[in-house]
Design a protein around this ligand. Structure first.
Ligand code: DAH
Length: 365
C-alpha cells in the first residue's frame, strides 16, 4: 500500500526532525500549541500516520507501530519540556521586569501635615464626644443679637466697641453684622433651635482687632454648653477637670476655679491649671504657678430666657477657651503669628500626620 510505502524509518526520522525543529523554534506558548496541534492533534501529521497503521501488513505494523508510538510519545514529551521551559522563561522575564531594588531609599512620607489648630480641634471633639457632647457649628458672620444681645451684653459694653470688634456694613434688624468675637453665639443658635437636654461642643474661627505675639485678628475658640434640669456647678468642675487631664495626657492635672465675670454666666469662673516654666518649656501639671486656660459658668437666666428656655425649669453650664493657646501650651510654640503664615517649614515641624486621627482609644497625639 502506498501509505505503508511512505512510512519507513527514514521518513519517520525526517518527521521527527521537522517536529523537533518546530518545537524548538516556538517562541511562546501559543506558537508551541500550534505546533502540537499540527503534529499531535487529531488531524496532525503523526496522528494521521497512526491511523495509517490499520492498512499495513502485520509485519509492517509490527515494525513501524512501536517506532511511531515512540515518536509520538517523544514528541509529546518534547512539547511538555518546551512548555515548561517557556513558562520558566516567562516567569523569569516577569520577575526581571518587576524587580524591586531593596537597596533604594524608602519612599518619602507624603507631603503635607495637619495644622496644630486642626489637630487640637479634633482632639477636643474626641474628648468631649467621649463624654456625650455633640459637635455644633455656626457662621463666622453673626448678627449683633446672637453675638452680644442674647448673651446678655448690655448696650454700651466695651466689647461692642470698634476697637475690639470687626463690624460689617451689612445690617440685620437695624444693627451692623459682626465677625463673631467668640464662639458663644453657637450657644444661642443651639438653644433657639433645640429643646433641652443639650450637650454641645462648638469649635470655630473667631475675630477681634488685635495683633501681637499672642493675639491675631483671627483665632480659634471652642465653646461648650450643657443644659438640662439638674446640671450644677459640680458637674462643670468635674467635666472640665476630666477634659484637662485627657487633653494634656497627664493624670491628676491640678486645676482651680477662680471667680470671674462674664455677662452670659452667673456665677462665672475662670479655670487655671498648675504649671511651671523650665527653660523655654511650659510644663503643665507641676510647679507652683497657675495659668488661666478657660472661662466658664452657669448659664445666666437672662440668656436662657432670650433663647426661649424657661430658667425655672432648666439650667446648665457653659465654657469657652482659645484653641490656639491650647495648641501653643500643649505643643510648645511661643509665637501665635506663624500659625497663620503659610510657611511649610513651620508646618513640617509642628504639623501632624494626616492618617492618625486623634482618639481616646488610640491616643490623642
Ligand atoms: N466667650 C468667652 C470669651 O470669648 C469665653 C467664655 C467664657 C465662654 C465663659 C463661655 C463661658 O461659654 O461660659 O472670652
Amino acid at each position: 500500500m502506498s501509505d505503508a510505502a511512505v512510512i519507513d524509518r527514514a521518513s519517520l526520522d525526517a518527521l521527527d526532525k521537522k517536529a523537533r525543529a518546530a518545537i524548538g523554534a516556538s517562541a511562546d506558548e501559543k506558537a508551541l500549541d500550534e505546533v502540537r496541534v499540527a503534529f499531535l492533534g487529531k488531524k496532525g501529521e503523526v496522528s494521521l500516520l497512526m491511523r495509517g497503521l490499520g492498512g499495513m501488513s502485520p509485519e509492517q505494523r509490527q515494525e513501524i507501530g512501536p517506532v511511531l508510538n515512540g515518536l509520538r510519545d517523544n514528541l509529546a514529551a518534547a512539547v511538555e519540556a518546551k512548555k515548561s521551559a517557556l513558562e520558566d522563561a516567562a516567569l523569569d522575564a516577569r520577575l526581571a521586569q518587576e524587580r524591586v531594588d531593596v537597596t533604594l531609599p524608602v519612599r518619602s512620607e507624603p507631603k503635607g501635615a495637619i495644622h496644630p489648630v486642626s489637630q487640637v480641634m479634633d482632639e477636643l471633639v474626641a474628648i468631649f464626644a467621649d463624654m456625650g457632647f455633640v459637635q455644633a457649628e455656626g457662621p463666622d458672620i453673626e448678627s449683633d443679637w446672637n453675638n452680644f444681645t442674647a448673651l446678655n451684653f448690655p448696650e454700651g459694653h466695651p466689647a461692642r466697641e470698634i476697637h475690639d470688634t470687626f463690624f460689617l456694613e451689612a445690617e440685620k434688624d437695624g444693627h451692623p453684622m459682626v465677625l463673631r468675637t467668640h464662639t458663644s453665639p453657637v450657644q444661642v443658635r443651639t438653644m433657639v433651635s433645640q429643646k433641652p437636654p443639650i450637650r454641645i461642643i462648638a469649635p470655630g474661627r473667631t475675630y477681634r482687632c488685635d495683633w501681637d505675639a499672642t493675639h491675631t485678628p483671627m483665632f480659634h475658640q471652642v465653646e461648650g454648653l450643657v443644659i438640662d434640669k439638674t446640671t450644677h456647678m459640680g458637674h462643670l468642675k468635674g467635666c472640665l477637670k476630666e477634659f484637662v487631664a485627657a487633653f494634656f495626657e497627664i493624670d491628676g492635672v491640678e486645676a482651680r476655679f477662680r471667680p470671674h465675670f462674664f455677662p452670659f454666666t452667673e456665677p462665672s469662673a475662670e479655670m487655671d491649671v498648675r504649671y511651671e516654666r523650665v527653660g523655654d518649656e511650659v510644663r503643665i501639671g507641676q510647679g507652683d504657678k497657675w495659668m488661666e486656660i478657660l472661662g466658664s459658668g452657669m448659664v445666666h437666666p437672662n440668656v436662657l430666657r432670650n433663647c426661649g428656655i424657661d430658667p425655672d425649669e432648666y439650667q446648665g453650664f457653659a465654657f469657652g477657651m482659645g484653641v490656639d493657646r491650647l495648641a501653643m501650651l500643649k505643643y510648645g510654640m511661643h509665637d501665635l503669628r506663624p500659625f497663620f503664615e503659610p510657611d511649610t517649614r513651620w508646618l513640617a515641624h509642628y504639623g501632624f500626620t494626616p492618617t492618625l486621627l486623634p482618639s481616646l482609644a488610640v491616643g490623642l497625639s
